[in-house]
Design a protein around this ligand. Structure first.
Ligand SMILES: [Zn+2]
Length: 461
């Protein structure tokens, strides 16, 4: 039996290849998939033969967009928000690594649920996570966060992260939180075996993600790429976030960060990289020529004073640029709609008011993010044949009323919670409230987990 959902009366920004929009349109959903999008009321309100469940959603005064796609996160960091407030990236890492060494399955469960709940409320239907801290005896943290994503109801692309270059070998992280290369590769392959779903409509896909040039050996970067390509999963890491990293690469590898990745076979269209703030014009062109994706994280870059990524140039060069919230310890907001606004404002701060339009910002947050994850064929736009991941935003309240252009109301206007979020046709947020989890319970859990972690860190000092 089919479940049919019809949304009518709303403005629609489809974010399809030609930017089709409707002032007053409809979306028809059957089970997890969109079957029609168009102008005016839906042609068949009664539902077809064999339809057991029919639901009509009144979209008047609303804007429908694709569900937003978050391309970079560290969910566990939700348990260490608000710390190292004036630090640069390297100072912030050095202060937080010893605390992160104490995380366990309870910390990760609470943090992942909090982070994913905040993302859902901000209109995000698909999120990655880059988890790279695996303390011994902490439990199966990847399995824990996949369970957390299932409980919130988001589509999830966890990246099996890793660090194998400890301080004693010239890296930045303390030795106690790095792993052995063979153990990392075995755990990565096991994660693919257990969790990666290559089928259409998948709720979980795995990527491999050694952490950064200053915490991972050259050998692990090479082996992870070989493993990912052998198993058909994508690759992710941090790159060119700060000038300190650039100096590190020049001192340790004799080249700039982008050259280093190129040497390792990491500039390709199955790779997306977080940040890419400090890249020059020639490097931008190499991203475009190779189709290497970028997860732009403007609020985190601002929080750490890292700089502004050359997003408009990357787009002009043909590179996919999605948006990421980054870890909540360097972006205490953790919502994706605010990244959309920040991306627009940062592009304009760097390149003037022509540098990014509201529609460009929405594309970064949707279809371009789907491209980074290799899922543009089924996510990132509202079109028949795509998954029913849909955000419905109020544009008739105080925040949006009087702004004629609904996309401008969403991107330029006050950052608001999504009113309705569907993931595969399922209601995750309704009436701007989470339907899958109890928000106050999630808040209590993360408050307790954060206090316990802080107490453990205090006791160890
Ligand atoms: Zn990050």
């Amino acid at each position: 039996m089919t479940t049919r959902t019809v949304i009518e009366g709303c403005a629609i920004a489809t974010v399809d290849a030609t930017g089709t929009e409707y002032r007053d349109g409809h979306i028809v959903i059957e089970d997890a998939w969109i079957v029609a999008v168009g102008d005016g009321p839906a042609p068949d309100k009664a539902g077809g033969v064999g339809t057991s469940n029919y639901r009509r959603i009144d979209g008047r005064g609303r804007l429908a967009t694709p569900g937003l796609v978050n391309c970079h996160h560290h969910l566990y960091q939700w348990a260490t928000r608000g710390l190292a407030q004036q630090a640069t990236l390297f100072e912030w890492l050095v202060e937080l690594y010893p605390v992160w060494a104490l995380i366990d399955d309870e910390t990760c469960w609470a943090a992942a649920r909090a982070g994913l709940a905040a993302l859902a409320r901000s209109g995000c239907s698909t999120s990655t996570d880059h988890h790279y801290v695996f303390p011994r005896h902490a439990g199966d943290l990847l399995e824990v966060e996949i369970g957390a994503a299932a409980s919130v109801g988001l589509r999830f692309h966890p990246c099996r992260g890793s660090m194998d270059l400890g301080r004693s070998d010239g890296g930045l992280p303390p030795d106690e939180i790095v792993e052995n290369r063979d153990a990392i590769l075995a755990a990565s392959e096991y994660a693919i075996d257990r969790f990666h779903d290559p089928a259409p409509g998948a709720m979980v896909r795995i990527a491999l993600a050694p952490c950064s040039p200053f915490s991972v050996t050259r050998g692990l970067m090479t082996d992870a790429a070989e493993l990912a390509r052998r198993r058909g999963v994508r690759l992710h890491t941090h790159l060119a976030e700060t000038l300190n990293e650039e100096r590190f690469c020049q001192e340790h590898f004799g080249v700039r960060p982008v050259d280093y990745l190129d040497e390792l076979g990491w500039l390709r269209d199955d790779v997306w990289l977080a940040h890419c703030v400090h890249i020059d014009d020639a490097e931008v062109r190499r991203f475009g020529a190779t189709g290497t994706g970028v997860a732009h994280c403007p609020n985190s870059n601002a929080r750490l004073g890292a700089g502004i990524a050359p997003v408009a140039d990357l787009i002009a060069a043909g590179a996919p640029v999605g948006l990421g919230v980054d870890g909540a310890a360097s972006n205490e907001d953790g919502g994706l709609a605010s990244e959309m606004r920040a991306a627009l404002q940062f592009a304009r701060l760097a390149g003037g008011p022509q540098a990014m339009t509201a529609r460009h910002a929405l594309a970064r947050a949707t279809i371009d993010g789907a491209r980074c994850l290799g899922r543009e064929d089924e996510l990132g736009s509202l079109e028949a044949g795509k998954l029913a991941d849909v955000g419905l935003w109020r544009i008739d309240g105080l925040d949006g009323a009087g702004i004629e252009d609904p996309v401008a109301a969403l991107v330029f206007g006050a950052t608001q919670a999504v009113e309705l979020l569907l993931v595969g046709g399922r209601e995750i947020v309704e009436g701007s409230e989470l339907r899958t989890v109890d928000e106050s319970l999630v808040a209590d859990e993360i408050a307790r987990a954060s206090r316990q972690l802080a107490a453990k860190a205090e006791a160890r000092v």
